[in-house]
Design a protein around this ligand. Structure first.
Ligand SMILES: [Fe+2]
Ligand SMILES: [Fe+2]
Length: 367
């Protein structure tokens, strides 16, 4: 105990010594008794290299998220100055609106949010003298040529997705948690057995009607897949942040991903049953068994069920899952890659993304 007190005192002395050298801090030191404790703490709250690496990785992922959401918005969102670019595709938007009349608004707002996420993080990085992230050199992918889409190159591919919908059963389970190594069945098994478009690739995809319906349903589930990933990534990485201000950034952006996820989780439950006549992709009727009357699948059970957390000896708890921090950045990249989101991207793109993830995963909390 004595040792601990001594080491605290010496840290405190070195803080005061360092502070005295800087103009304006003498007063702060003398006023310490009347100032809140945060005055000490601000002095030493500079982001560490690890913090910068976590923020740079998050900026990259937010740029990628923005790119995919922009593609959805151009074809299926509200078209306005807030999110410029596309002109909308009526057939695609009409079917999205059948899931919920507000779908175009939600797509628009989710897209706008993503723009602000990477833009804020990049400006924060610059304000701390760190390099912002720019992935423009990797904008090489051909996007949709369907009416409504911009004719520009993309970072992400929404036309060959293998969508993992296991978040549906993961958030309904009362006994399992991926942080304990548990696996979860997908809600829509067919989406894991091929490569499916989530946007019309061209005007040819607007018919037959059941084909376009399957594309819309794929999008409706992909929205949730993307946003549940962000819901886990932010708390996972926050555990290795040192600066309280950087922690505040992660704790303030992360829950907006969860707000998005909760909306998309609810809306995915409204899709109608359909079989795509062009590729056999099946969306079952979510109002019938096995979905109806089964707690692991029932569509309106969108609130997270309490489940095991940290230790099986503790009581179950309603939580975000997973939140394990080790390898969280590399895990997020692997999940997005497995979704098919980066099909067509260059080796240089993967090298850049993997390096950003590796550096984020090496970050340690300041001891
Ligand atoms: Fe985001
Ligand atoms: Fe997001």
């Amino acid at each position: 105990m004595r040792q601990r007190i001594k080491s605290y005192c010496s840290t405190r002395r070195s803080f005061l010594r360092g502070g005295l050298a800087a103009p304006g801090i003498i007063g702060a030191g003398l006023m310490a008794r009347s100032l809140p404790a945060a005055a000490d703490f601000d002095f030493d709250d500079r982001p560490t290299h690890g913090d910068i690496n976590i923020l740079r990785f998050l900026s990259a992922l937010e740029i990628l998220e923005t790119d995919l959401w922009q593609q959805y918005n151009e074809l299926g969102g509200i078209q306005d100055k807030e999110v410029p670019g596309g002109s909308g595709n009526k057939a695609y938007t009409d079917l999205l609106s059948q899931i919920d009349g507000d779908m175009p608004q939600y797509i628009h707002d989710n897209t706008e949010d993503e723009f602000t996420h990477f833009n804020f993080i990049n400006h924060y990085l610059m304000s701390k003298g760190a390099e912002p992230v720019n992935l423009d050199r990797f904008r090489t992918l051909q996007g949709s040529t369907a009416p409504g889409a911009q004719n520009i190159k993309r970072l992400t591919n929404l036309m060959e997705l293998t969508v993992d919908t296991s978040w549906w059963t993961r958030y309904r389970s009362r006994t399992k948690n991926p942080d304990f190594g548990d696996k979860f069945a997908p809600a829509i098994p067919g989406l894991l057995k091929g490569k499916f478009p989530a946007i019309p690739r061209s005007a040819a995809d607007l018919n037959p009607p059941d084909h376009l319906q399957a594309i819309v349903n794929t999008a409706a589930f992909h929205f949730g897949t993307i946003e549940q990933g962000g819901s886990s990534l932010y708390p996972a990485l926050a555990q290795r942040v040192s600066s309280v201000e950087v922690l505040r950034i992660l704790l303030s952006i992360g829950p907006t991903e969860t707000m998005h996820f909760q909306v998309w989780h609810d809306k995915a439950g409204n899709i109608g049953p359909v079989t795509d006549p062009t590729n056999g992709l099946v969306f079952p009727d979510l109002t019938m068994p096995p979905f109806d009357g089964n707690e692991d699948l029932q569509a309106n059970l969108i609130m997270p069920e309490p489940t095991i957390f940290l230790s099986r000896s503790l009581p179950v708890c309603s939580i975000i899952r997973p939140t394990a921090t080790q390898g969280a950045a590399a895990g997020a990249v692997a999940a997005l890659k497995a979704d098919g989101l980066f099909i067509g991207q260059s080796a240089a793109f993967f090298a850049e993304l993997n390096e950003l993830a590796a550096k984020a995963d090496m970050a340690q909390r300041r001891g």
